[in-house]
Design a protein. Structure first.
Lengths: 111, 111
C-alpha cells in the first residue's frame, strides 16, 4: 500500500463549481498535513497547513483532516479559472521532518 | 513576502559531470531541504539539513550527492558524477517551526 494516495485526475469542472480534492494515507504517525498548488514549471506553493484532525478555512479554501479514516480533503468554493493547477497533498509526522507527497491532482476550471 | 530562490532555472550537463544546484532559503528558517520530481512522478524527498548537518536523508541520496551551507545564506546540492536518471526538477525548501516553502526549482537535464 502506498504511503500517500491521491487520484491524479485530470479533473475538469465549470467556473463557480465547488471542487473536492482528496488524499488517503497509511502511516498513522502523520500529524501535519499540507496542501500545495503547483502551476506548470513552478514550485509547490503552500495553500493550507493543518495540524492533527479538524477543519481549517482560508477564504475560498477549506482543508479537512480525518485521522480516524486517514483521509484529508481540500475544498475550493466558487472556483476560478486561475485555480487551474496541480494540487499536491503532503504530510509529515513532525513539523520539521520530511514531507511525503501524493501524486498530485491536475485540476482545470473551465470559464 | 519572503521566498526561496533557486539558481539556475535550467541546467544542462553531460553524463558523468559534476553539477551544483544553488538555493537561498528564507532568512529566518532553520531547516533546509532538497526534493526532486522526475517528470510525471511524485515529489520525492532527498535530504534535510539542520544546524550544519544532515538530519535525514532518503535512499536516493547516496554517495554521489552532498549538501553544503557554505555561508549564512546559500544552501547547495552537489551531484558528483551525474547519471541519465538524475534528470529531474530539483526543489529546495526551507521551514522548521513554519511549514515548508519551496523554490521554483532547477530543471536538470543530463545528456
Amino acid at each position: 500500500q502506498k504511503e500517500v494516495e491521491q487520484d491524479p485526475g485530470p479533473l475538469s469542472v465549470p467556473e463557480g463549481a465547488i471542487v473536492s480534492l482528496n488524499c488517503t494515507y497509511s502511516n498513522s504517525a502523520f500529524q501535519y498535513f499540507m496542501w500545495y498548488r503547483q502551476y506548470s514549471r513552478k514550485g509547490p506553493e503552500l495553500l493550507m497547513y493543518t495540524y492533527s484532525s479538524g477543519n481549517k478555512e482560508d477564504g475560498r479554501f477549506t482543508a479537512q483532516v480525518d485521522k480516524s479514516s486517514k483521509y484529508i480533503s481540500l475544498f475550493i468554493r466558487d472556483s476560478q479559472p486561475s485555480d487551474s493547477a496541480t494540487y499536491l497533498c503532503a504530510m509529515s509526522p513532525q513539523g520539521a521532518q520530511k514531507l511525503v507527497f501524493g501524486q498530485g491532482t491536475r485540476l482545470t476550471i473551465n470559464p | 513576502e519572503p521566498e526561496v530562490t533557486q539558481t539556475p532555472s535550467h541546467q544542462v550537463t553531460q553524463m558523468g559531470q559534476e553539477v551544483i544546484l544553488r538555493c537561498v532559503p528564507i532568512s529566518n528558517h532553520l531547516y533546509f531541504y532538497w526534493y526532486r520530481q522526475i517528470l510525471g512522478q511524485k515529489v520525492e524527498f532527498l535530504v534535510s539539513f539542520y544546524n550544519n548537518e544532515i538530519s535525514e536523508k532518503s535512499e536516493i541520496f547516496d554517495d554521489q550527492f552532498s549538501v553544503e551551507r557554505p555561508d549564512g545564506s546559500n544552501f547547495t546540492l552537489k551531484i558528483r558524477s551525474t547519471k541519465l536518471e538524475d534528470s529531474a526538477m530539483y526543489f529546495c525548501a526551507s521551514g522548521g517551526d513554519q511549514p515548508q516553502h519551496f523554490g521554483d526549482g532547477t530543471r536538470l537535464s543530463i545528456l
